[in-house]
Write a protein that binds this ligand. Structure first.
Ligand code: GLA
Length: 353
């Protein structure tokens, strides 16, 4: 097996100064709430991005992706294209002025599991270590979000970067995305077997139009909160207030407000109740927010119908990509086998565990 150090060495001819990693995340509940000040419940996944780097003393960055087996050369002060903006944006916002050789590799699948945030946070962690930057984990997450906004061009919320920076694989991170207050919670209790298990499947549906769809949804809920006269939909709990909205905005706002209520209810829910809330979240994302995909709906329905599954839903921005299920302890691999055997029309696969 090739180690990352020898890979850095084989590409750049010398050892890196630092190596850092950051995980992807799976969001268990609280989808499309984080750009309206709402609540989310993500957990880290085992897959992560790895970034090794070294100052090269020259006038240009050399950026190598082991996934793509591609080197990009970017002059100092420029942003570059492809995967470069994640790295050069992180450098620029950290005040780094040196030219760097950077080696990146990631096993976070693309499509709903925050591969971008993992890359940003791994890069920022490496830079923090190399330069002794006085940034805590929350500040690092905020910087990662800024990279996304200013260098990648995606107007994301803060969930993914906070999860990549602060979550672990055995807790849910309950995050108030307005105050950034947070609490780590155990996974929902399974009355029969202890702690329920998280299963993540990739639907195999490539995400298309995700960026434009995301920005459109964001604009719609901003318009809804403006029409309701509140700073953010987080400030609405009474669904009857929505009757003043036109039909489409009514449904969009209904999703966000009901999703916030589901997260709050989930905080002390057992696995059975938590699963019911996940199912309701999926229906709301599919029907009111319209960010699911017919093929993803098929996979979610197969999971929901399985006797060992408490609940299932799409996860992340949507428009294809990953689904998450809460499963009876010890049953995840067997559930994945049986559900994937029935799933046709796309190439699904198990991602976690
Ligand atoms: C993407 C964004 C997040 C969040 C989710 C949807 O992952 O990066 O900020 O909005 O979509 O919940």
């Amino acid at each position: 097996m090739t180690t990352e150090r020898s890979s850095f060495e084989s590409v750049f001819g010398t050892a890196p100064e630092v190596t850092a990693r950051a995980p992807g995340r799976v969001n268990l509940l609280g989808e499309h709430t984080d750009y309206q000040g709402g609540f989310v419940l993500p957990a880290a996944i085992p897959q992560q991005a790895t970034v090794s780097l070294r100052r090269n003393g020259g006038g240009e960055h050399r950026l190598y992706s082991a996934n793509l087996n591609q080197t990009l050369t970017v002059p100092l002060g420029e942003v570059g294209t492809g995967f470069a903006p994640y790295l050069t944006g992180s450098m620029a916002l950290s005040g780094v002025e040196d030219a760097l050789d950077i080696w990146v590799w990631s096993d976070v699948p693309s499509g709903g599991l925050s591969s971008s945030a993992a890359l940003e946070l791994a890069t920022l962690r490496a830079l923090r270590e190399l330069y002794g930057l006085p940034l805590n984990d929350v500040e690092l997450a905020l910087l990662g979000q800024k990279v996304e906004h200013e260098y990648v061009g995606v107007m994301c919320g803060i969930m993914d970067q906070m999860a990549s920076s602060l979550a672990d694989t055995w807790h849910m991170l309950f995050l108030d995305t307005r105050s950034l207050e947070r609490r780590k919670l155990p996974l929902p209790a399974d009355p029969l077997s202890g702690t329920a298990q998280v299963l993540v499947l990739d639907s195999g549906v490539p995400r298309r139009l995700a960026e434009s769809g995301y920005n459109e949804r964001r604009a719609q809920v901003e318009e809804a909160s403006r029409l309701l006269g509140v700073p953010q939909l987080r400030d609405v709990t009474d669904l009857s207030m929505l009757s003043v909205l036109p039909e489409l905005l009514h449904r969009r706002a209904h999703h966000v407000i009901s999703e916030n209520a589901r997260v709050l209810e989930a905080l002390d829910a057992d696995a059975a109740r938590f699963g019911t809330l996940m199912n309701a979240s999926h229906a709301s994302l599919r029907d009111d927010y319209e960010v699911s995909h017919p093929q993803v709906d098929v996979l979610v329905a197969l999971l929901q119908a399985h006797p060992q599954v408490y609940g299932a839903r799409m996860t992340g921005a949507g428009f294809g990509g990953a689904v998450v299920a809460l499963v009876r302890a010890g049953q995840a691999a067997q559930v994945a086998d049986s559900v994937l055997a029935q799933y046709t029309g796309a190439e699904g696969r198990m991602v976690v565990p």
